[in-house]
Write a protein that binds this ligand. Structure first.
Ligand code: RI2
Length: 320
């Protein structure tokens, strides 16, 4: 698939889910490296960096996207020739994709351990990582029932209930606003993440923060399933994760909207759940409490505060 095709499909959410868009970006960079005809090393590297920027610009919130691009292009600049740079891109893209798939399997294994033998769960949106934990728990013979939300406006809940149904898991499909009404019946909420900040705040599908607040109030635990490449190094010095706002037409028919000149539609795709409402983050390296997010950024993504202080201006904001 061409770079423009992949970028268009990610922007239009034909390819969606933070992990899937990261793998699609890695694959697009590899395809681009195979086909690009830049004259010489410098031109090749510049073209690959341009391609990386095009992909990163498609969806601003999921940090898996820039992390994947950073991983695949890392070392490209140090290559002695265009051929060497191309080889580096191809092998790192293949490694990212394989590692990402292996990470999901590991998260499933670790996450399932935190699901009780008999449990009523709630999930919001359609997270590959969160569902992997639920499916693994079921595979282990646990007695699971899942409440899955609808997820307005894109209805990703439909994808979730199909997957759960195919696994013969009893599922209750509810509108987003019913989350609190059922929370007292829920043993554990499991969601994915598009980004996790250094202070352990979780950026995920719009509505996650409300579900988390309801869970907190009902004393129900909330577990986040997220690969380490969902952690956001740029938040080390206080930089905020941008929240993507999508077209109003996803929420309201444009013809209806046009008849309401005083009404403006707001359609943020994500919200931020503060770390204090998150009990556990399950990564492929193990489960951590949210306040250990910095360790993941330092140990597994290889970013230290020193490196950042050399690169970025220090901000003094906190995302939470
Ligand atoms: P996995 C999705 O974003 C949802 O917010 C989901 O919770 C998150 O990515 C993580 O998904 P969208 O693309 O990577 O539907 O766990 O906006 O699949």
């Amino acid at each position: 698939m061409s770079l423009a095709d992949t970028a268009g499909k990610i922007a239009g959410m034909e390819i969606r889910g933070a992990g899937r868009i990261a793998r699609a970006a890695a694959e697009a960079l590899a395809d681009h490296a195979r086909t690009v005809t830049a004259p010489g090393r410098d031109a090749f590297v510049a073209e690959m960096q341009r391609a990386g920027s095009v992909l990163c610009a498609t969806r601003p919130t999921a940090v898996s996207l820039p992390n994947a691009v950073h991983f695949v292009l890392h070392g490209c600049e140090a290559a002695a020739s265009a051929a060497e740079a191309r080889e580096s891109v191809l092998s790192r893209a293949a490694r990212f994709i394989a590692d990402s798939e292996a990470a999901i399997a590991r998260i499933a294994e670790y996450g399932a351990r935190h699901i009780p033998d008999t449990a009523t769960l709630m999930t919001h949106c359609n997270s590959e990582a969160a569902l992997a934990c639920i499916l693994e728990a079921r595979r282990l013979g646990k007695d699971i029932t899942v409440y899955a939300t609808e997820v307005r406006p894109r209805n990703q809940g439909l994808l979730t209930i199909r997957t759960l149904n195919d696994a013969n898991i009893p599922t209750r499909y509810i509108v987003d606003s019913a989350a609190r009404s059922y929370m007292n019946e829920i043993d554990l909420v499991i969601v994915g993440a598009d980004a996790i900040t250094v202070n352990g705040a979780v950026v995920n599908k719009i509505g996650t923060a409300q579900v988390a607040l309801a869970a907190h109030e009902a004393r129900t635990n909330l577990m986040v399933a997220a690969e380490t490449y969902k952690f956001a190094p740029r938040t080390l010095l206080g930089e905020l994760i941008p929240i993507e706002e999508r077209a109003g037409a996803e929420v309201l028919d444009p013809a209806v909207a046009a008849s309401l000149p005083f009404v403006t539609i707001r359609n943020p795709a994500f919200d931020v759940t503060p770390a204090r409402y998150v009990d556990l983050i399950v990564t492929e390296k193990g489960a951590i409490p949210p306040n250990l997010a910095y360790i993941v950024i330092r140990e597994y993504l290889g970013w230290s505060i020193d490196e950042f202080q050399k690169t970025f201006v220090i901000h003094h904001q906190d995302q939470d």
